[in-house]
Design a protein around this ligand. Sequence first.
Ligand code: MG
Ligand code: MG
Length: 266
Amino acid sequence: MIYYKTSAEVELIRESSLLVSKTLAHVASVIKPGMTTIQIDELAETFIRDHGAVPSFKNYKGFPFTCCISVNDAVVHGFPNDRPLRDGDIVSVDVGAYKNGFHGDSAYTFALGTITDEVSQLLEVTKTSLYLGIEKAVAGNRVGDISFAIQEYAEKKFKYGVVRELVGHGLGRHLHEEPQVPNYGKRGSGAKLKDGLVIAIEPMINMGVKEVWYEEDGWTVKTKDGLPAAHFEHTICVRRGKADILSNFEDIEAAEKANPNLFTKN
Ligand code: MG
Ligand code: MG
C-alpha cells in the first residue's frame, strides 16, 4: 500500500535527505586516487552519526556497510573494500540516513582524475535522465511516465543499457516502500502520482548491455559486458505542477569542482 506523507513528514524526510547530500558532499571533498572505498565508507558513517542520524543501509537485510560504493563496472550495491581507487575510476556512492523516524536516500557518481569522453557522456546522460524523470514526477501523472522519460533518453537516444533488475522506490518510515519506480516502462502506466508521495528516483545506466550479474558477496551488481555503469539518485516529493527535490546536488557539485582529484566537465 502507498503511504502519502503529510507536509510535516515531508520536512523530516527533507532533513534526512539533506544530511545524505551533505555526506556525499563531504565524500566529494576528500575522495582521491589511493583512497580505499572502505575509508570512504568509514568517513561517511562517522559524518552521519556525528549529525545525530543512523546509516540507513547498515544491517539492512544484512548489508554490512554505510554506503554502497560501486566502482566502474559495478552498477550498484557495491561492497566497500580495501582496493585503492585509481585515476580514471568512476565511483558511485549511494547513501541513506535515518533520523526522526524517516529515511533519506541519494546517490552520486564521481570520476577520479582523467576519464574518456565516452565515460564523461555516460555520467552526464545518467544525471540528465534523473532530472527528466523528476520532471514527470507531478501529481496526475503515473509512475510509468517517470520510467518512460528515463528509458527514452538513456536507451533510445544514447543506446545505453537500462538495468531492469533494480528500481527506484517509495520511502519514508521504511527505506523501501511502495511503489516501485523502474527506469524503464510505458507512458501512462503504473500507479497514479499524488501530492505527498515521496519516492527515490535512481537511474542505473550501463554504457553497454543492460544485463547484470551478482558477485559472490551476494550484493555487488556488475555489468555483464564489464563496461562502466553510472548511478544518480534523488529523494523527491510529488507535488502539483513541479516535484520537490528533497535531496540536493548543489553542495556535492561545488565540492566536486573544488576537488582537483575529481573530473568535472567545466
Ligand atoms: Mg540509494
Ligand atoms: Mg534508493
